[in-house]
Write a protein that binds this ligand. Structure first.
Ligand SMILES: Nc1ncnc2c1ncn2[C@@H]1O[C@H](COP(=O)(O)OP(=O)(O)O)[C@@H](O)[C@H]1O
Ligand SMILES: [Mg+2]
Length: 476
């Protein structure tokens, strides 16, 4: 599948939409949490009002010896004031009742007991009234203040309560919507200006910069004086972009220079090759002076051509990805030693101490080039030291360890000169010999690392020992 290029999110995928949805949901939840208890509270207050009117009526009961005998002209207005059909008064084993003359008593009634102040039950009762309270008759039961433990019941239709509750609920919902809208707007505007705006700016800048990092005008200009995390982020992004911009420009210049060097090198090599042909012919002349100088001329030209060729190769070198396959390390070492002119050398001995059966999965061409470079260096160092070294020898060994194998290439030569030691593995810098390019070790390191291994100088050994660590197949 093709990798998607990052782009600015569409209007519905952006942070703004997520934020405003989350804010709206939270406000809605908060409002429901406030709405339900306040509805229950309103209903309880409404009922208590009715009960209080009932309580007033009850005082009349207390004053009159026989309530049942009271005429309707007195009781009906009392009941109408409370909105009631009937009022019942119970005290000390005695029950009194007055009822509207014209209305017959309903058979069933719905109990609203104000002596039970359970808040959840009150919320449930309020919702119950809203949904089912159309036709029922309510029986409000409670003890009005100052009436001791006597109980007053007020019987009345539920519909007025329901109508009032609906009006109240509608008002609350309207106010809530207004509050929610205003709150959401304020929070959104704040969040937009404090968070989302800067994040959008950062995102857009990163995307644009990634498209054309060579365009310096696309570098982010951080909001001045911003000291919070986003301010730090903006400044860091701006600095990173500026650094990338500079690095990119420098790299382009280096690439141009490299191209120029390789062109010069190419022409130089061709000229040197012509000179080599001429010098070969000169060497054939009979003049004894010429016979004396010609060999030195030929070697110098050979060296110069080899130098130009190595530099050309380095510039041209495409790091072809490694093609690992099982490689017999002992056999590969032998091959490389032949390539480096160690096998059959007149003075230097080559000791191949790698066991027969040691096989790793690695690119054989890459590892062979690494070994040839190391063997060449060892041979050159031993040759330069000459008879100063007794029994000059190059040793090729292996240490099999946990999940990896270490190849050791060592010699008993003079050791690394300071210049080489200080610039170990740095291209063009590490050479401490005439005609050296300083490319052998850096190339070796590049190849070893491309194959997942590591190369390092072994300290504390006589002569020079390089250790190449390679992962064994099957190991992480
Ligand atoms: N086995 C060795 N013994 C002594 N000196 C070495 C050895 N291997 C490398 N060197 C030093 O390290 C330098 C860098 O080596 P290298 O990167 O192969 O470049 P070059 O061989 O072209 O000079 C050499 O010039 C040499 O001085
Ligand atoms: Mg070398």
């Amino acid at each position: 599948m093709k990798q998607d290029v990052a782009k600015v999110p569409g209007p519905w995928a952006g942070l703004s939409v997520k934020l405003i949805t989350a804010i709206a949901l939270v406000i809605l939840l908060i409002e429901i949490a406030v709405f339900l208890p306040s509805l229950a509270n309103y209903r309880a207050g409404w009922l208590e009002d009715r009960l209080r009117v009932g309580g007033v009526a009850v005082r009349v009961f207390d004053a009159v010896p026989d309530v049942m005998d009271l005429p309707a002209e007195i009781t009906d207005p009392l009941l109408e004031a409370a909105g009631a059909i009937a009022i019942v008064y119970r005290r000390e084993g005695q029950t009194d009742l007055i009822a509207l003359q014209a209305v017959s008593m309903p058979e069933t009634s719905h109990l609203a007991d104000l002596r039970d102040p359970n808040p959840l039950a009150l919320i449930g009762a309020a919702l119950d009234t809203l949904v089912f309270g159309g036709q029922r008759t309510l029986r409000i039961v409670g003890s009005p203040p100052g009436a001791g433990d006597s109980v007053v019941e007020v019987l009345m239709p539920e519909s007025p309560l329901r109508a009032d509750l609906i009006t109240y609920a509608r008002n609350i919902v309207m106010v809530s919507i207004v509050i929610a809208a205003v709150t959401a707007m304020v929070i959104y505007v704040l969040a937009e200006s404090l968070l989302i705006g800067p994040i959008k700016r950062l995102t857009a800048s990163m995307l644009a910069f990634r498209q054309s990092p060579e365009n310096g005008t696309l570098i982010l200009v951080p909001e001045p004086g911003r000291r919070d995390e986003l301010g730090v982020l903006e400044r860091t992004v701006a600095e990173t972009q500026a650094e990338l911009f500079a690095m990119l420009r420098q790299r382009r210049h280096l690439a141009d220079l490299g191209l120029a060097v390789s062109k010069i090198n190419h022409d130089l090599r061709n000229m040197l090759t012509s000179a080599q042909l001429l010098s070969d012919q000169v060497a054939n002349l009979d003049d004894p002076q010429v016979q004396k100088l010609a060999p030195r001329l030929v070697t110098t030209l050979d060296k110069a051509i080899a130098f130009a060729q190595t530099v050309l190769d380095y510039g041209r070198q495409q790091t072809s990805p490694p093609r690992p396959q099982p490689v017999d390390l002992r056999a590969l070492g032998m091959e490389a030693a032949v390539g480096a002119g160690l096998v059959g050398h007149t003075t230097i001995a080559f000791a191949n101490q790698v066991p027969d059966d040691l096989v790793v999965s690695v690119d054989p061409d890459h590892l062979a080039r690494v070994l040839v470079n190391l063997f060449n260096n060892a041979r050159e160092a031993l040759e330069a030291a000459g008879p100063a070294i007794a029994g000059p020898e190059v040793r090729y060994r292996a240490d099999a360890g946990e999940g990896m194998v270490t190849l050791l290439v060592g010699d008993n030569g003079p050791g690394l000169p300071p210049r080489a030691r200080e610039n170990l593995f740095i291209a063009f810098e590490g050479s401490a010999k005439a005609g050296g390019t300083g490319l052998g070790l850096p190339i070796a390191r590049e190849l070893v690392e491309a194959n997942g291994g590591a190369i390092a100088l072994r300290e504390g050994e006589t002569g020079t020992v390089f250790a190449i660590t390679l992962p064994l197949p099957g190991a992480g």
